[in-house]
Design a protein around this ligand. Structure first.
Ligand code: SAM
Length: 281
């Protein structure tokens, strides 16, 4: 009999992925973790039956959450990743030679260990990079207590249920702002606005109160079903206004080979369709 994983994120809508080969299925201290192979998406990681990342389409998500803030900033040396246990976000951040240090704070050591073993194509050696400092801790506790400052903070969290919930609170965003250098940028994953509009509105309300420049940008990731995904953007600097020719220069100088990110896509990603614009507070 063919097995399918039916995603349990929404009460009235589900997507299913065919399990061609189940590689792992186990309860960690924090969540239920599965990895399986699917003909279209390659290896698929689910936590509590919600798709986190796939071998096939993760490049879109990881490139857009790192290259947009890092290239807009232009001189990012210190990057903080909250979550990111599969290593894909660290992989993309570390592609920038200008990035001297990446701290990654992941609550679940099980996700890291297991991703190293079953999803090495996601981290591609990032866990062995001497510039990476991996901290196993709750991201909310880390950011509350840290005295360090970062040029870019990327919140690569699960959805706001379970351990990820604290990463969507006003308190967390306030602490994140305090941990930014002047002109630093906070980027957050905010779900698919067509399906989870309230989640984006809540984050945007908090960002509006905190940042001189706040908003979101979009990218479509096939396994995050329901239309484009939104990424929150908050900064007191003017990085969003970086001219296209400057982004072109920075991207060319980086020498990074991307599958989705281009400076043109970067600029266009901030254009919001009407239904998303109406979710802004
Ligand atoms: N891209 C995915 C999505 O949008 O569905 C999420 C990626 S996955 C790498 C998110 C990671 O956040 C998981 O490894 C999870 O363990 C971690 N996480 C959840 N809550 C956390 C918290 N409070 N502090 C740090 N990491 C957390």
């Amino acid at each position: 009999m063919t097995d399918w994983v039916r995603e349990s994120l929404h009460p009235d809508y589900a997507q299913s992925l065919r399990v061609d080969r189940l590689l792992y299925d186990s309860e960690t201290e924090h969540q239920r973790l599965k990895v399986f192979e699917n003909a279209t998406f390659g290896r698929v990681l689910t936590l509590d039956d919600v798709v986190q990342t796939t071998e096939g389409d993760n490049f879109i998500y990881h490139e857009m959450m790192t290259h947009v803030p890092i290239l807009a900033h232009g001189a990012a040396r210190r990057v903080l990743i909250i979550g990111g246990g599969d290593g894909g976000m660290a992989r993309e951040a570390l592609r920038h030679k200008s990035v001297e240090h990446v701290t990654m704070v992941e609550i679940d050591a099980g996700v890291v260990d297991f991703s190293k073993q079953y999803l090495p194509m996601l981290s591609q050696g990032a866990f062995d990079d001497p510039r990476l400092n991996l901290v196993i801790d709750d991201g909310a506790a880390f950011i509350r207590n840290t005295a360090e400052k970062f040029d870019v903070i990327v919140v690569d969290s699960t959805d706001p249920i379970g351990p990820g919930e604290v990463l969507f609170t006003d308190t967390f965003y306030g602490h994140a702002k305090r941990a930014l250098t002047p002109g630093g940028i906070l980027v957050t994953q905010n779900g698919v606005p067509f399906m989870q509009g309230g989640e984006l509105t809540n984050t945007m309300r908090a960002f509006k109160a905190l940042f001189a420049d706040w908003g979101c940008y979009l990218a479509s990731i096939p396994t995050y079903a329901g239309g484009p995904m939104a990424f929150g953007w908050g900064t007191d600097g003017d990085a969003r206004q970086t001219p296209p020719e400057v982004l072109d220069q920075r991207f060319a100088a980086s020498g990074i080979d991307t599958g989705y990110y281009t400076p043109q896509v970067h600029k266009a990603a901030f254009a919001l369709p009407g239904y998303v614009a109406r979710l802004m507070p």
